[in-house]
Design a protein around this ligand. Sequence first.
Ligand SMILES: *[C@@H]1O[C@H](CO)[C@@H](O)[C@H](O)[C@H]1NC(C)=O
Ligand SMILES: *[C@@H]1O[C@H](CO)[C@@H](O)[C@H](O)[C@H]1NC(C)=O
Length: 294
Amino acid sequence: MLTFVFVCFSVSVTGLHAAFTVVVGSPSIKVKENEGVDLKCSYTADFGETPRIEWKFKDLKGYQFFIYFDGRITAEYEGRITVDDGGLRFNKVTRADTGDYDCEVSGNSGYDEKTIKLTVLVPPSKPVSRIPSSVTTGSNVRLTCYDADGSPPSTYRWYKDNTPLPEDPSKFPSFKNLTYKMNVFNGSLEFPSISKLDTGSYFCEASNGEGAPQCGDTVNMEVHDEDNSQTPAVSSSLSTENKDVPSKTTLNHMLEKQYGVFLLQEVKLKLEIQKLELEITKLKLELQKLGQEP
Ligand SMILES: *[C@@H]1O[C@H](CO)[C@@H](O)[C@H](O)[C@H]1NC(C)=O
Ligand SMILES: *[C@@H]1O[C@H](CO)[C@@H](O)[C@H](O)[C@H]1NC(C)=O
């Protein structure tokens, strides 16, 4: 027991002298889609001649994947990357490569890891917006705008009658009679109690600093009193979509989405199992080592 305590103590003391240290070239890297990129990662000499190096990737949804493991590039990354003492090199990145890369090094009983955040830059695409064409005075109305492609994620701006709406209307004399709430990060424009003043033509714009900002379709939104017998209609930039019954396409999309989620969960669980098995092996080795000590 005493020996064990001593080992821990000596490791933490050497730690103070920056021993067993992994160093990355840059903790945050941005690269355009389809270009190559180097994720530089080096380590101090005390890890020994042939340390164990592992690379892991965590995507934006939090799913983790092995890239380099047991001295080998995993099947998913075969042909796409090279790994050497200096780090990892992508021949060509896609938008799905955005996320965190862990460079882990162990050897001579030392361990360290560093993370590199990679952002693959993708310009926004034309946002999909939902703007009702007819609403009742006093109702709560939410307009939405979403660009699925922009990386980093787009921020949103709304236009009414071709004039950009300020994020906070109360701060501007010419807008202070308007009562909407705008969220520039998720694209929502909400009217807690819509009034006739809000009648107008609306469109939204997505931008992320890459390429040109993209605009959604323009829709005239009319605010009318309740006694008006007009039926409320919803116009969306997916204009072929029927508003009441989900179309075949929508259903297919929904199913595909769910199926995709299940597949991802399966992959994730398999990786978790691999990870746990690895932990068990490591612990067994540790136990053997402790058993062998005098
Ligand atoms: C705002 O409302 C007030 C009173 O309801 C009115 O006098 C004023 O002209 C309005 N301002 C604008 C910019 O529409
Ligand atoms: C966007 O943010 C607002 C709060 O600012 C929230 O009420 C709304 O639910 C969010 N919309 C989406 C689609 O997440």
